[in-house]
Design a protein around this ligand. Structure first.
Ligand code: 9UX
Length: 72
């Protein structure tokens, strides 16, 4: 079973920023696939809910140096 989270990411200025966030998310155990769109300032993350959750994903974005912004 997998779930998908879409979350805003603030503070990204160039394509290296989005690549950093993408790499950090894809390294997390339980993340199946993560993509980060610089233009829309959003990350789309498919994950295994038994292993990881939205809070962990948001924390990783923050620890990478950017600002997680939960969407409505
Ligand atoms: Mo680009 Mo982002 O040189 O911190 S990597 S602005």
């Amino acid at each position: 079973v997998t779930d998908e989270l879409e979350i805003g990411v603030g503070g990204m200025t160039c394509a290296n920023c989005s690549a950093r966030v993408e790499r950090a998310l894809n390294r997390l155990p339980g993340v199946v696939e993560a993509g980060v769109n610089l233009a829309t300032e959003r990350a789309t993350v498919r994950f295994i809910p038994a292993m990881i959750g939205p809070d962990d994903i948001a924390r990783t974005i923050e620890e990478t140096g950017y600002e997680p912004r939960p969407l409505d």
